[in-house]
Design a protein around this ligand. Structure first.
Ligand code: ZN
Length: 310
């Protein structure tokens, strides 16, 4: 079993409209855009990062807004719901605010003793806010969302799977422990990690497979402290038979990727170096940052990217 994984690092999804995605996260949800850069493989597409003040691992939702992309088809083999933590008592505020902003899919429930408000993102993304203890986390305060209601970071994620068995075994190998079962959902939690420590596996046998598109999660990234820990995790996964990519420099973290048995793409990302490596904390997310190899083409890239509100 691996002991280096510390909960979630980031979740990366796909969107259609960049400006709409940007305003949903910064204005409706009151998160901070901590980086504005481009897709490493498609520099005509933004890569937008939203999180807390500094983009603490475990708080970072990232997007590739591809433009005229069809919506994804929800189903099995994907991250069905990305869950954010909000302080205890904050859900009535959010229910009213999201309603006022025209957000669809609002529904409240209680899962394993936690109050939850589900809602849709702009492309039908599956989201939920879960009332949680703050555990030392603080929301971004440069917004009209009051501090006692602001998003603290991820609570965790819920996977929709046709067969949860093998993914559960993988999570166990990664250091997660089975914590509770409720109907067809099994909760896994990692001890000693960050506060984004929950994964729920929802098993629906016979359900149709998801089709990726706008509003779909592209991959889910788990945090390790540093590159040495990442190499240990990589070796352990490969020794277990997983086909893991080489280490890739993503400018703000180092990444490795592999496909989980249930179909979800996993990444292991380092907490170092972080989003302040090329911008100071006060100005995170303000300027367009380009991977070094695209810097000579900046003028052309900037001409084609749609404008975003601050
Ligand atoms: Zn990633």
């Amino acid at each position: 079993m691996i002991s280096e994984i510390k909960g979630l690092h980031h979740v990366t999804s796909m969107a259609a409209n960049a400006a709409e995605n940007n305003s949903f996260f910064t204005q409706t949800l009151g998160m901070r855009r901590v980086k504005k850069t481009v897709n490493f493989d498609a520099p005509e597409v933004y890569h937008l990062y939203y999180g807390d003040e500094v983009g603490t691992p475990g708080s970072v939702m990232t997007y590739f807004p591809f433009g005229q992309m069809p919506k994804g088809r929800r189903g099995t083999g994907e991250v069905a719901t990305t869950e954010f933590s909000v302080p205890q008592g904050a859900l009535p505020f959010w229910k009213e605010r999201l309603g006022n902003h025209g957000v669809t899919g609002l529904s409240e429930d209680n899962f394993l003793g936690e109050a939850r408000l589900r809602f849709d993102g702009p492309d039908g993304d599956g989201f939920a806010l879960v009332e949680s203890d703050t555990r030392g986390r603080t929301p971004w305060t440069g917004t009209d969302v009051p501090e006692d209601a602001g998003i603290l970071g991820f609570h965790g994620a819920r996977f929709a799977l046709r067969d949860a068995g093998a993914t559960g075994e993988l999570l166990g190998f990664m250091g997660y422990q089975k914590e509770a079962v409720n109907g067809n959902v099994t909760r896994y939690r990692i001890e000693g990690g960050n506060a984004a420590d929950t994964i729920d596996l929802e098993e629906t046998r016979g359900a149709r497979a998801a089709g990726q598109g706008a509003g779909s999660v592209h991959h889910i990234a788990f945090a390790v402290e540093n590159r040495a820990a990442q190499l240990e995790v990589r070796k352990a996964l490969m020794d277990t038979g997983y086909n893991v990519t080489p280490v890739i420099d993503r400018d703000y973290f180092w990444a490795i990727y592999f496909r989980a048995p249930g179909g979800v793409l996993f990444e292991i990302a380092t907490n170092e170096p972080g989003f302040d490596r090329d911008e100071d904390t006060a100005h995170l997310g303000a300027a367009l940052k380009l991977p070094t190899r695209y810097e000579p083409h900046r003028a052309q890239i900037e001409r084609h990217l749609p404008p975003l509100s601050a």
